[in-house]
Design a protein around this ligand. Sequence first.
Ligand code: DLL
Length: 423
Amino acid sequence: MSFFHNKAAETMSPDELHGLQLARLKTSVKAAYEGSAAHRERFDGVGAKPEDIVTLEDLRKLPCMSKEDFRVHYPLGMCVVEKSEIREMHQSSGTTGMPVVMPYTQGDLAQWAECMARCYVMAGGRKGDVVQITPSFGLFNGGFGMYHGARAAELFIVPAGAGNTPRQLKLMRDFGTRILTGVVSYGTRIMEVLEDEGGTLDSLEIGIFGAESFTDSMKEKISSGLGIEVYDIYGMTETGGVGTLGQDCPDHSGIHVWDDHYITEILDPETGEPVADGEEGELVITSLTREALPVIRFRTGDLTRVLSRDLCGCGRTHTRIDTITGRVDDMLIVKGVNFFPSQVEQALMEIPGVRPQYQIVMEEVDGVMDVRINVEADEGVTGYTVEKKLKEVLGFSPKGDVFKPGELERQEGKAQRVFYKKK
Ligand code: DLL
């Protein structure tokens, strides 16, 4: 049995969806072109005009944008509405340089809440359910996005914010939390503290996690560790935050991207050409309903593929994409072998007794890159076991060091997995 926050929109026929996308695309492109010199200059650079959009395929005539555009036009250079129309902002730090800023109008906040509420209800959330929100409330979009959506879905919100895990467990027990939300690594942190404390979380049934690499084996670990059904939620600062790009449904057959609010393209990251459905490439997103800062062909840097555009078992018609396998700029190269951190995670989590805490340490020894994997595991798991498993997956054998549970450093917020060292 499937439930919907907005059944008409979520089950709209493909023809209707495409018609709506085209109408909204025209409006959004015009607003971007007329509202900000930053957008206009990009269009003019390739001789494109809003009138060039006659069919959905015409989107390809427009230039792509990237994080760099946000940074160059920091703070509000790409905003297309008057500052007096802005009601909220969020930003992500990125790793280098200027932060990426996303301003929201009242309409944008409603759009965010709508997308996020669809995710809650798709995961099984019902009016009055207790939801505990553990991403931080601040510049990071995670806490507030989950809050706005929970208001729209009429949930009972426990706005716990990040950290203080023993208190999180107490809140869950005292208020009967049914839905837990967080960044992926915080799900594993809760499991650890629960194990140390002993006891159970009887009311907890649903976990909604994202913001970080989320392999199937990690999903399985969190799901069995907490005894809950786990959902993979997706979104980013540039598209308007958590939940804007959707989540998987109870069928767990891919992430439903909200097609009435965003157009999805998958491009070859090297050539910029579209790849066929089923093939992996870089996700490129065009927003259709964002007012303050519409994104037109935003290169997300995230790698995924279209799994299906067909009707899903849950009744939704919206495109399904695969879980994010990595970022274009995440790829590591050791001894001529290219790999992504998510491949290491997937392999590690398949080893019985290995815990969800790990580090990928890239070491440069005499100018040559080598990799060492530090991982926490129960007694009995040896470095050899880890090396053997990684050899199977990666085709070469990184050094594997096993630590006792609790020995590796933990961070609040998104976990850093890759570290660089020079010897
Ligand atoms: O991480 C939004 C979010 C908050 C999503 C809470 C889910 C839960 P940013 O800080 O702008 O926003 O980071 C966006 O995080 O481009 C991906 O690389 C990564 N990411 C987000 N969700 C997932 C996911 C938030 N479900 C960047 N799986 C994105 C894998 C994810 N990576």
